[in-house]
Design a protein. Structure first.
Length: 282
């Protein structure tokens, strides 16, 4: 059994919070809140309106300052469909995340409908609101005296992931570059490059990591996730080099302790992506 954690706001530093959602499975993502002297920054807007509204109620519980800026950690709809519920905020993302959102829009809802029907039913009539501001590389926001650093570290979970760092305190909001106790999913990513991004994150030595799915953790928790990526990559590569089929590789990979993480069946999508990486050298 995977460990459980509760939905709610978790204080990760002075005026810095994670909003985690229990279970962390499909469409059940996390968000963040940084409270400044005059306004707040929110990181990710969640999926179904009831989720975003519950998060907004928690925000109101700790501050009456308005949310003026909303960061999208990447384009996935479980982090961005709630954008429309922050009409007063400017939205910022990596340039690739905005391009993917503009290209894909709300079309993933149809694929998700049979998987999470109740949540998708709630999203009827909700439009995708695209980011207003985009950047490449790094963007520094100054929230009063506090530096909030948004950074793209390369292709990983998607082509447009960013981390949000509070560098003085070693707090990192990792978006879906970080999954804790929930199986990471790379259906639109690049696992080889994601591992390189994991090294870049380790170089920054964050003390506290807010993942895109799962409970708040530290580098030890984060390393478990990169361990999952490296173990499936090395086993799939050995199978590929032996001329085995994707199906054969999938049936032979031993994920060990990771079998207890939420949604272990994501291995199939991850192995499919790995074979694409090996075969087409993408
Ligand atoms: Zn994602």
């Amino acid at each position: 059994m995977a460990d459980s954690w509760k939905t709610g706001l978790v204080e990760v530093g002075a005026d810095a919070y994670a909003y985690v959602q229990e279970g962390g499975g499909m469409c059940v993502s996390n968000a963040g809140l940084i409270v400044g002297p005059e306004s707040c920054i929110v990181i990710d807007a969640l999926f179904a309106p009831s989720m975003t509204q519950a998060f907004q109620a928690e925000i109101k519980r700790v501050t009456d300052k308005p949310v003026r800026l909303l960061v999208n950690s990447h384009h996935h709809i479980d982090h961005t469909l709630g954008n429309a519920l922050f009409p007063e905020a400017q939205i910022v993302s990596h340039v690739n995340a905005r391009a993917e959102l503009a290209r894909i829009g709300v079309s993933p809802l149809e694929r998700l409908r049979p998987i999470v029907p109740d949540l998708v039913a709630e999203t009827e009539g909700v439009d995708m609101r695209l980011p207003d501001i985009t950047f490449e590389g790094m963007l520094t926001l100054n929230l009063g005296d506090r530096e909030v650093r948004l950074q793209h570290l390369g292709r990983g979970h998607t082509i447009g992931d960013i981390i949000v760092m509070l560098p003085d305190e070693g707090i990192m909001y990792g978006g879906d570059l970080a999954f804790h106790r929930v199986t990471p999913l790379a259906f639109e990513g690049h696992i080889g490059d994601w591992l390189a991004v994991c090294y870049r994150i380790a170089d920054r030595s964050p003390k506290t990591i807010v993942p895109g799915h799962g409970p708040v953790g530290d580098m030890a928790e984060f390393r478990k996730m990169s361990g999952y990526l490296s173990t499936i990559r090395s086993q799939a590569k050995a199978s590929f080099d032996d001329g085995k089929s994707e199906e054969q590789a999938l049936s032979e990979i031993d994920i060990g302790e990771y079998a207890s993480w939420t949604e272990p069946e994501r291995l199939a999508a991850n192995v499919a992506r790995l074979f694409l990486e090996f075969r087409e050298d993408i």
